[in-house]
Design a protein around this ligand. Sequence first.
Ligand code: IFM
Length: 477
Amino acid sequence: MSNPASPPAVGVLDQGPELTFPPGFLWGAATAAYQIEGAATEGGRTPSIWDTFSRTPGRVLHGHTGDVACDHYHRLGEDVALMAELGLRSYRFSVSWPRVQPGGSGRANAEGLDFYRRLVDELLAHGIEPWLTLYHWDLPQPLEDAGGWPARDTAGRFADYTALVADALGDRVRYWTTLNEPWCSAFLGYGSGTHAPGRADGADAVRAGHHLMLGHGLAVRALRAARPEAEVGVTVNLYPVTPATDAPADRDAARRIDALANRFFLDPLLRGTYPADLMTDLRGVTDFGHVRDGDLATIASPLDLVGVNYYSRHVVAAPVQGADPVPYRRAPSCWPGSEDVRFVTRGVPVTDMDWEIDAPGLVETLRRVHEEYTDLPLYVTENGSAFVDRVVDGRVDDTDRLAYFDAHLRAAHAAIGAGVPLRGYFAWSLMDNFEWAWGYTKRFGMIYVDYESQARIPKSSARWYAEVIRRNGLAAH
Ligand code: IFM
């Protein structure tokens, strides 16, 4: 982008009064280590569960891996310069655990930490606030071999790793999130097995969810001990869950999925309890014997902020009667105990992930977190969409993605108007990257990445977002 101050390519900002965001609203973009860094075997980094999983035939589309990804490890300077051109106020990235603590235990790897020190210093030099996520899914493989997140010890290992990172970067990083989307780590990683490590066992998924949250609580304490001034939070991915009809059975299906998708995490993290109905639903899966005295108090350690990742809504219906007499055995599923709930589509526009586009769902989600759970500052730590992009004459005119951002920023603004203390918004993603089991086939970036040449091309949505940031708002329709 040569001139971010020039008028936007798309005219929606040029008419009407402004929808202005509060002063100091933190405009950012997000990425994650395994999705962009590459350099999988360099600088002392050892394999994570995603290295193992992606190298296992049949796990990731086309056998794609994060070995090279966007080569960000070698292009840090160029990438931060692009962020600066966009005018980003903050950049949310994750630290690769096996890069800074190879194997997941023992001493820190100075070379790995140096990479993040250089990144943070480069960001600060450009006036961009670094926002550090400690765990975005890349568990060191030896910890998986020792039991992974279903094993209690992994929570303690996570706290030790957190202390190393806090020690090294705490003097220059203000914002910290412990986990990114623990639902995905637990229920896709150990329930359906569609994410690394690819295990499929409902009880393990529930145990993993608990130990991820326990690790979060211990990490919060480690961070507070190392850096009392840090702003500490966690990021959960939330969905409004709507029954397909008003029938009691459909409403019950929605209650069950809401319990697994949202309340499984929100209640322990922000109230220090598991929802009673969730525990009843999971009776055939686990007896919650893995929960020890004091765990929930640790999990509910006080926070400074909550990060919400929002993409879409779930619309669900009751199981079809008689379709399967033993639904709990219909594995693998990321909905243990509720495998037979049907996910239905409404025929509304979808993204390239087939996820329904539902901007009002963002208002609903943010209001719910604020009104039912907490007065803490909220941040949208991810929001975005995959669409098929085409490079024409060196440009990528991603009008669908731009419209998605526009609609969701209007929703974010409406949430603030409704009293939600929303303090920032991070677009997912800064650049196209490795979309997990979909490999490089799904593009979420505001910056196009040509994976052959590693050239970066800011899309129309990037130019538009730069203008939103510059004006701290967008035009009312
Ligand atoms: O790419 C992911 C990201 O790693 C976590 N949140 C959802 C994104 C899109 O699927």
